[in-house]
Design a protein around this ligand. Structure first.
Ligand SMILES: *[C@@H]1O[C@H](CO)[C@@H](O)[C@H](O)[C@H]1NC(C)=O
Ligand SMILES: *[C@@H]1O[C@H](CO)[C@@H](O)[C@H](O)[C@H]1NC(C)=O
Ligand SMILES: *[C@@H]1O[C@H](CO)[C@@H](O)[C@H](O)[C@H]1NC(C)=O
Ligand SMILES: CC(=O)N[C@H]1CO[C@H](CO)[C@@H](O)[C@@H]1O
Length: 374
C-alpha cells in the first residue's frame, strides 16, 4: 500500500513537469561588451538545484543536500557575470575549450599546416585561448523539460580561425537534471568543416562542505586509475604513462587529500594537478571515474564519464579572493576533477586522438551523481 502511494506520488510529480516547468531565463547582468546574460534554474524533486548561464555555458550554482537534508552550494563562483569577467575567476564552472588543458608552446601541425595559438600560460597554450575561448563567449540557450528531466542546451558557433583553431565548429553543451535524482548530466556535441583538435570539459571547483568552506584537504578521494601522465617543468606531458603505485598520486583506494600533498608542494604543480589515465572497460560507457567524500557533511560525489582521462587539481592557485555572497576562496579550499582527453594530445601521437574530422561528431558525457554517506 505504502509502495503504491509512493509510486502514485512519483507519477503525479513527473506528470507535473510539463511545458510550464521549462526553465525560464532570469537576468544575470551584462558583460563588459554589453551582452545581457541569462541564468536558468534546474531542479530535481530530491532537492538538487543547478543554475547555469549563457556566459561561457557556465555551471554557476549546484545545491545538494547533506546527510541531514540541508542543502549547500558546493561549487565556487560569483554573484553576477561581472565576477566571472574579473581576474579572480579561475575558470569557475565554465565550459572549457576548444581544447581544455595545455597545448605545448601553443603550436600543433595538422594536414601539413602549422597552427599557432595564444600563449596564455607561459610557455604554453591553456584552456582554448584568451579573448574568445569558450568560457568567455555568450552562448544561445534552449531550455527544455519533459517527464523525466529538465535542462538547457547551450549552443555556440565558433568560426574558422577563432583563437587560432581551424574549422567552423558548431558546439552544443547540455546540462540536465533527472526529475527524481540527485545528479547533473553534462553532454557535449561538436561538428566541424575542417579537421581540428577538440576536447571539452567543465571546470567546476568543488567543496562538498559548501563553497567558501576553508579547505578540501580533509575530503576523501578515490580515482579509478592505475596510471597517470607525468609532466615536465612546464606541466606538459613527457609522453610516458606511469603507474601511480608507490607515489602520492595513488588514489586507487580512498585517501584523504591532505595526507600526502606535502611532498608535491615543491613541484611545478604546487600540489595535485595531474592527469589520470582512467581504467576503462569500453571507450564509450559512462563509467565511474572518481568518488569524492566530505566526512564532515556526509556529501558524496560520484563522477562518471565517457572520457579517457581526469585531471585532479587541488586548487593550488586559489588565493583568498572573494566569490559568491562575499565568501572567500583560500588556497586549496576547492578542487577540480576535469574529465578530458590527455593534455597536449595533439602533439602526442601515442595518446588517444583529439582530432575531430568533418562528417564526424565529437560526443562526450559526464555525470555528477550526489549522495550522502549516512
Ligand atoms: C588572487 O589572484 C587574482 C588573479 O590573479 C587577483 O586578481 C587577486 O587580486 C588575488 N587576490 C588576493 C587576495 O591576493
Ligand atoms: C584580447 O583583448 C584585449 C582587450 O580587449 C586586447 O588588448 C588583446 O589584444 C586581445 N588579445 C588577443 C589575442 O586577441
Ligand atoms: C584497473 O583494471 C585492472 C585490470 O582489470 C585491475 O587489475 C585494477 O585493479 C583496476 N584498478 C582499479 C583502481 O580499480
Ligand atoms: C571520449 C570522447 O568523447 N573523446 C573525444 C575527444 O575528441 C575526439 C576528437 O573529437 C573524439 O574522437 C573523442 O571521442
Amino acid at each position: 500500500m505504502r509502495h503504491l502511494t509512493v509510486s502514485t506520488l512519483v507519477i503525479l510529480m513527473s506528470a507535473a513537469v510539463s511545458a510550464e516547468d521549462v526553465p525560464v531565463p532570469e537576468p544575470y547582468g551584462t558583460t563588459k561588451s554589453g551582452d545581457a546574460i541569462e541564468l536558468y534554474t534546474l531542479r530535481s524533486s530530491n532537492g538538487l538545484v543547478a543554475r547555469v548561464m549563457t556566459f561561457g555555458a557556465t555551471l554557476v550554482e549546484l545545491h545538494v543536500p547533506d546527510s541531514a537534508g540541508t542543502t549547500a552550494d558546493v561549487i565556487l563562483g560569483f554573484d553576477d557575470v561581472a565576477g566571472y569577467q574579473s581576474d579572480a575567476n579561475g575558470y569557475f564552472g565554465c565550459t572549457t575549450g576548444r581544447v581544455c588543458n595545455r597545448i605545448a608552446k601553443g603550436q600543433f601541425s595538422l594536414n601539413d599546416k602549422t597552427y599557432t595559438l595564444a600563449i596564455n600560460n607561459d610557455p604554453n597554450h591553456l584552456h582554448g585561448g584568451i579573448n574568445r575561448s569558450l568560457d568567455k563567449v555568450v552562448w544561445k540557450a534552449r531550455p527544455f523539460a519533459d517527464k523525466s528531466q529538465t535542462g538547457v542546451t547551450f549552443s555556440y558557433y565558433s568560426p574558422d580561425g577563432e583563437e587560432g583553431y581551424p574549422g567552423n565548429l558548431q558546439i552544443q553543451v547540455t546540462y540536465s537534471v533527472a526529475a527524481d535524482s540527485n545528479s547533473v548530466t553534462i553532454s557535449y556535441l561538436a561538428t566541424t568543416d575542417q579537421a581540428t583538435p577538440v576536447n571539452l570539459t567543465n571546470h567546476a571547483y568543488f567543496n562538498l562542505g559548501g563553497a567558501g568552506s576553508r579547505s578540501v584537504l580533509d575530503h576523501v578521494l578515490q580515482l579509478n586509475a592505475d596510471h597517470y601522465t607525468p609532466v615536465d617543468e612546464t606541466l606538459i606531458p613527457t609522453g610516458a604513462i606511469e603507474a601511480v603505485e608507490g607515489t602520492p598520486l595513488d588514489f586507487r583506494t580512498p585517501h584523504v587529500i591532505g595526507a600526502r600533498i606535502e611532498s608535491l608542494i615543491d613541484t611545478p604543480a604546487l600540489g595535485y594537478d595531474h592527469n589520470y589515465v582512467l581504467n576503462k572497460s569500453s571507450a564509450n560507457a559512462a563509467e565511474p571515474a572518481a568518488v569524492l567524500t566530505d566526512p564532515d557533511s556526509g556529501r558524496r560525489l560520484l563522477i562518471r564519464t565517457t572520457e579517457p582521462g581526469i585531471q585532479f587539481y587541488s586548487g593550488n592557485f586559489l588565493n583568498g579572493s572573494s566569490g559568491k555572497g562575499e565568501r572567500t576562496y583560500p588556497l586549496r579550499s576547492a578542487l577540480c576533477l576535469e574529465t578530458q582527453h590527455y593534455p597536449d594530445s595533439v602533439n602526442q601521437p601515442q595518446f588517444p586522438s583529439t582530432i575531430l574530422k568533418p562528417g564526424d561528431e565529437f560526443r562526450s558525457t559526464t555525470i555528477l551523481e550526489f549522495s550522502t554517506t549516512r
